[in-house]
Design a protein around this ligand. Structure first.
Ligand code: BG6
Length: 511
């Protein structure tokens, strides 16, 4: 079928979506958790870069809301310091910051106290008047999951949650991960959300979905004809997904010790990446068509029994973790996990997915490696040549060296029949001059535009929790079981290699 064979109404839909995406309505962003790390390190730098590139203009303003008493000026000064340290584009353009910072104001209030919301309402109306934003409001919960219910109740009681996520004036809410602590609390949070908001007003953020290279997974699969026919159990031996970080908990001990790697990284980021690798092609790129397919993968993830958790998972902890500030000196919280799991559907039956994620590893490296099956028969005669034949591997490098590589076999030059592995490599930095934007830039802009494609839907978070909750239950009830300790700067615990050995596979090197 050529593109002209596509029925007219479908072509028109795609065009319409594009037009919608291009139209940006004025709005005010209210950040709860305005004094927190996420705001300083990620949100304000992302907004500054959007303003710098003129994606956001003078019809956009920010109100920070938190408990700390401070003036607008003091708040802006703190944000400016964060910007100097964390903005991807440097140096900071003073003119741009000065103009933008005038549209950032601060409201002091705690999450419980209705008085704070009265003050917030006053500030919102004044800013809306000033920038002509006509009541479009975006609330960002840059807070721990436990704060979400009270924020929703108080906002609703204060009359600040108007119905409507699409028609103007709109109200949308961005909610940070982790969305709940387990299946029960996530379902309960979804229930509370549904009492005060419609689903199209809710933007559950997982910043991995906003990464350029994570979006490239679908383009690599569906924008090329050569991969998709091979993308199944017939040709793929296994898939490895690695998210290695070189940093530790970075002063977030209090949060991390209660959270651990399964809630912090697996439930959200890793399962989203897995879904994009394993999902069926959607009927279109509209938000719900893509989300439907991601959800199908999460639904198909085989759930672990307690015995299987023992067999298929490795929990690790870096050696210095217990000495980190605000971490329990006896803590069992895992900072590393290796998991072998299965997607039980027609396409993937029997193909293991190996996930590996951890802090304080030798290097920062997030990648997906699709390891293909060996050739059915080696025709090159001698045994030693056949032993040199390695399987094809397609690697999608998410970060930091963004790109893709395909390992293939080729004849070594010379009279003898000798075979070696070579790599075809595409690197973003060598191919494109355009800088790779931070994921939060893309996601904040999408939320302002009303495009929820890269955000998790209600059922999506619940199915992800359904998979990880038995893992957490097992770990949290096995009080005597200690994580395996690994050296900082290593590739993780040796037990993770043994997990692979048991299935005659090998992790790719973290380098
Ligand atoms: C966050 C986690 O969601 O993702 C952090 O809370 C982690 O613990 C971070 O460090 C990793 O994100 P990135 O974009 O640096 O891979």
């Amino acid at each position: 079928m050529t593109s002209t064979d596509i029925p007219v109404h479908q072509r028109f839909n795609a065009h319409e979506l594009f037009l919608q995406a291009d139209r940006l309505e004025p709005c005010v962003l209210v950040i709860f958790g305005a004094a927190g790390d996420l705001t300083r390190r990620k949100l304000i730098p992302a907004l500054y870069n959007l303003v710098h590139e003129q994606a956001l203009d003078e019809h956009f303003a920010v109100i920070g809301y938190s408990r700390r008493p401070q003036s607008d000026e003091q708040y802006r000064a703190i944000l400016f310091n964060g910007l100097k340290n964390y903005s991807r584009s440097q140096p900071i353009d003073d003119g741009v910051w000065q103009a933008f910072s005038k549209r950032i104001s601060y409201v002091e209030g705690n999450f419980e106290d209705p008085e704070g919301y009265v003050a917030l309402r006053g500030a919102l109306e004044a800013v809306e008047q000033l920038i002509g934003s006509e009541g479009n409001r975006l609330f960002y919960f840059a807070t721990p999951p436990s704060a979400a219910p009270v924020l929703l109740h108080r906002l609703s009681e204060a009359g600040l949650l108007q119905p409507g996520g699409a028609e103007t004036p709109w109200t949308r809410v961005i909610m940070e991960k982790p969305y709940g602590r387990d299946l029960e609390s996530a379902s309960e949070l979804n229930r509370i959300v549904a009492e005060v908001l419609q689903e199209d007003q809710v933007y559950r953020i997982d910043h991995y979905l906003g990464k350029e290279t994570v979006q490239n997974i679908l383009v690599a699969r569906l924008g090329n004809t050569i991969f998709e026919p091979l993308w199944n159990r017939k040709y793929i031996d296994h898939i490895q997904i690695t998210a290695a970080e070189s940093i530790g908990v970075e002063g977030r001990g209090r949060f991390y010790d209660k959270t651990g790697v399964i809630r912090d990284m697996v439930q959200s980021h890793l399962l989203q990446v897995l879904s994009l690798c394993a999902m069926e092609p959607p009927v279109s790129f509209a938000a719900d068509d893509i989300r439907d397919k991601r959800v199908e993968v999460l639904r198909s993830l085989r759930q672990f029994s307690s015995q299987e958790v023992l067999e298929h998972l490795v929990f690790g902890q870096y050696r210095g973790y217990r000495d980190e500030e605000n971490v329990d000196p006896q803590s069992r919280t895992p900072t590393y996990a290796a998991i072998k799991c299965y997607v039980d559907n027609w396409r993937w039956q029997g193909v293991p997915f190996f996930l590996r994620v951890g802090k304080h590893l030798v290097q920062r490296m997030t990648e997906i490696s699709v390891v293909f099956r060996p050739v059915p028969l080696c025709l090159f005669g001698r045994d030693d040549v056949c032993q040199d034949l390695e399987p094809n591997v397609l690697t999608i490098r998410i970060q930091p060296d963004e790109g893709m590589a395909l390992k293939i076999s080729s004849k070594r030059p010379g009279g003898e029949m000798e075979v070696g592995s070579v790599e075809m490599d595409f690197s973003y930095s060598e191919t494109y001059t355009h800088p790779i934007k931070d994921a939060y830039e893309r996601l904040l802009l999408d939320a302002v535009k009303g495009d929820a494609t890269l955000f998790a839907r209600r059922d999506e978070v619940e199915f992800a929790w359904r998979f990880v909750t038995p893992i957490l239950d097992h770990w949290e009830s096995a009080a005597k079981r200690q994580p395996v300790f690994y050296a900082e700067g290593s590739e993780g615990p040796g037990e993770a290699d043994k997990l692979m050995d048991r299935y005659n596979r090998q992790w790719r090197e973290i380098n």
